[in-house]
Design a protein around this ligand. Structure first.
Ligand SMILES: [Zn+2]
Length: 331
């Protein structure tokens, strides 16, 4: 049987012999070349110093696992100026130096690890006579180089709390790839300006919070980018507006609530239009009666929102009187 026809990837090497072992088909191969180039001085040497055998696992043939017994020659380097005295021949592109699997098999395991994952990947591999384990697949994935970062078209920027009300940082995200791009420990404009200046291509859209720092930085470093408010902060705006409307019509809403629930005694609060609207809503339980807790949108506390200057709020989005009244207590 011409085994070379079954294993075309072994073309550049000689198949010396093969045998069927209990666990695999063992194929012994060797190099055809008379000499090898020293990796230190790049001078070709034909002086063989010794031999040894490497055992390398290859792709299976149908249902038969394949093991390559690679006969490796060690050459003497005859260049007196070279620091190497001997060197071993390499078998690229069949197998990398020190590797225990051929490149074809390693690429296949990498693909299985990336696309299928650890445990299901092992089940898939075993069905295709590939000997591997969950930890091996995880190691394969971890060894892969990270994908090169691409220039984000839609960039998200927001702050995050390192220590709530004390220390905040900034994070930027590629919103189309759902990938975190960078973090830094301030939420001022200057680092964001520098970060944008280092980009090979500026984003087309910058999705940001209602703060002025990121808006200023975006105007300065990416003046052509469209600035939009992100969903979370739009919900904040909507919550502020709803709160203001409810406070303004608190008496009418309480009366309507009492009509629907005659057994409930409406709580009394200060007259409408006073500067303590937030306390009126909270004490009367108005918001709770109108909106069960499960559907009330999550709105950041005044302490979190106070760092946004009122003048940087996007135009057309009204300002909550509660936020206005609390905006003097900056964090
Ligand atoms: Zn050399």
């Amino acid at each position: 049987m011409d085994l070379a026809a079954l294993v075309p990837s072994l073309g550049p090497w000689i198949i010396l012999r093969w045998r069927v072992a209990p666990s695999a088909l063992v194929i012994t191969i060797a190099s055809r070349a008379d000499g090898r180039r020293c990796p230190g001085c790049h001078v070709v040497s034909t002086s063989v110093h010794s031999h040894y055998t490497r055992t390398v696992e290859d792709l299976p043939i149908r249902t038969q696992s394949v093991t390559l017994a690679v006969q490796v020659r060690r050459f003497r380097c005859r260049n007196a100026a070279c620091a190497r005295q001997t060197f071993a021949e390499e078998f690229g592109p069949l197998v990398r130096r020190y590797a225990r699997r051929t490149l074809l098999l390693q690429d296949l395991l990498d693909d299985i690890g990336v696309t299928i994952g650890g445990r299901p990947g092992v089940r898939f591999a075993q069905r295709h006579v590939l000997r591997t384990s969950q930890s091996t697949l995880v190691r394969c994935v971890r060894r892969l180089p990270l994908p090169l970062p691409t220039a984000p078209r839609v960039l998200g920027v927001d702050d995050f709390a390192v220590r709530r009300n004390h220390h905040y940082g900034t994070l930027v995200v590629d919103l189309e790839q759902h990938r975190l791009l960078d973090l830094w420990p301030e939420r001022t404009a200057e680092p964001f300006v520098g970060w944008l200046a280092r980009r090979p291509r500026l984003p087309e859209v910058i999705c940001r919070d209602r703060g002025g720092a990121y808006a200023d930085a975006a105007r300065q470093a990416a003046p052509d980018a469209l600035q939009v408010a992100d969903r979370f902060h739009l919900v904040c705006n909507a919550g502020d507006v709803l709160e203001r409307v409810l406070v303004r019509h608190a008496t009418a809403v309480r009366a309507a609530t009492a009509c629907e629930n005659p057994n409930t005694t409406p709580a009394k609060g200060p007259a409408e239009g006073h500067g303590t609207e937030r306390r009126v809503v909270d004490e009367s339980g108005l918001a709770e009666s109108l909106f069960p807790t499960s559907v009330v949108p999550s709105v950041p506390s005044p302490a979190d929102r106070d760092h946004y200057p009122a003048e940087t709020r996007p135009s057309g989005i009204p300002l909550s009187p509660a936020l206005t009244s609390s905006s003097t207590t900056t964090s």
